[in-house]
Design a protein. Structure first.
Length: 92
């Protein structure tokens, strides 16, 4: 993960880029031969300093790429990918 943080007093903005590899159960039993799905995206967060430390109070997920290996995005994960679609113009 790579993050950029801008602090302004007791508030901050953070942009984080993420690469996540996913392996899914395969009927042929060869579950670790290659990546089933590679998701490349990130988060844009707004944070506030509280008495308990910094806390995220707003988070936007941003998916700006997907690499598919041997399979496809499973049905149960499609809403997650659909909800994080697009790339925001202020993304670094």
């Amino acid at each position: 993960m790579q993050s950029t943080i801008e602090i302004d007093g007791d508030e901050a903005r953070a942009s984080s880029r993420v690469m996540a590899w996913h392996w899914f159960h395969r009927e042929d039993g060869d579950e670790h031969s290659q990546t089933d799905l590679l998701a490349i995206g990130g988060y844009q967060d707004r944070l506030r300093r509280t008495p308990d430390g910094w806390r995220i109070y707003e988070r936007r997920g941003v998916k700006f790429g997907t690499g598919v290996g041997i399979g496809n995005v499973p049905e149960q994960m499609k809403p997650v990918f659909d909800g994080m679609g697009g790339r925001l113009s202020q993304w670094p």
